[in-house]
Structure formats: C-alpha cells, structure tokens
Design a protein around this ligand. Sequence first.
Ligand code: PRP
Length: 211
Amino acid sequence: MEMINVALPKGRLGEKVYDLFERAGYPCPSIREPNRKLIFENEEVGVRYFWVKPSDVAIYVERGAADIGVAGKDILLEYSPDVYELLDLGLGKCRMAVAAKVGFRENPASTLRVATKFSNIASAYYAEKCRDIDIIHLNGSIEIAPILGLSDVIVDIVETGKTLLENDLEPTETIVQISARLIANKSAYKFKNKEVLALKERLAELLEKQL
Ligand code: PRP
C-alpha cells in the first residue's frame, strides 16, 4: 500500500487535528506516547505523520516532503503556496482583524502605520481600500506595537479577544474568517489520488456527522 505522508501542525491545533484523523480511520497510537519524536508511522493503515511548525506545513506540502497537511487559512492567504486546498476542517476557528488602542481615531490624511506578521494580507486589504499604509513587519507580540507608539494599528489573529482586551486594544475591522484547511501537494494529488481522496472523504463524512 502507498503510504500517505501527513504534515501536522505541532501544538494544540495539531492534537485536535490528529484526533480527527484517528477517528477517521488513520490511527497511529505511538504518536500519543510521551516523547519528542517528530515522525510516526502506521504501516497497517498506510499513514506517516510529521509534527512541523504550523507556519511551515504549507512548505512541506508544496515541495512534496509531505503529501498532505493541515494549515491555517491565514498561512495560505499570506504565503499563497502552490497546493490544493481540499477541505475546511472547521478547527482552529478565529479571525484576522485590525485592532487599535481603545479610542484610537484614524487620521485619513496621513499614512496609517500597520504592525503585523501578515504583511501580504494587510497590504492586500488596504490596497483594496486605496488606503496609504506603512507596513511594520513583526514576528510576534504584535499587540505591543500600538502601545509603544510603533504603529497606529495591528493586523493580527483574534480568537477569544482576550489578548486585545488585556492590552487595552480593541478590534476595529474583521478582514477574514480563519480555520484549519486540509491541503495536498499537487503531484501527490495526481499520483496518490485514490489514497488522498479516500482520506479526504473519510474526514468529510466525520465532519458532517459532527454537525
Ligand atoms: C495569536 C495572536 C494573538 C492571540 C489571540 O498569537 O497573535 O496574540 O493568538 O488570541 P486571543 O484572541 O484568544 O487572545 P499566538 O498564540 O498564535 O502567537 P504569536 O504571539 O506568535 O502570534
């Protein structure tokens, strides 16, 4: 049997994703053992899992190191990897939003300073509004930027809204809703079509039952 190589996002989302795959008929019990291994396989069901950094899943899949993977829509929009998006798994739901200090009033006459990890998403959003902006690319703790006066607003992921609230920031606009997506390498989709489609169908059936 052809093995399917699956890149899973390491962390909380990845655990939920693995649970889903397990229930869909692709278990790999050794993955639950407490150790630091990154590769697990179950030859019986033809699956091999890799734990990778969530923002790297699409790279593994695009280059064929993994046949399929699970990546957030935020990563897919930001990096536009050349992969197929097969299914919305409905996990890791959050939104990409603009946020600012509570009470911030935008001056439409001046360039808006936008701090973000998602430079492409932010640029596209403001380009559509014909808004002149200055992107300040950061790698994390974005919420600090407006507090320290580094930026006027931020573009970031909001899940519960707690991080914003606890830092005296508030969401001002929603850019797009985000959730985890099943993605496939383009040639694996062709050459392992039967296996990839079978896996997708079993996940889709399981998700429908949950509704
Ligand atoms: C994300 C995001 C916010 C936080 C939002 O950070 O950047 O900081 O989650 O969640 P909340 O609305 O539930 O408070 P993440 O933990 O992914 O790490 P990061 O700081 O590297 O972006």
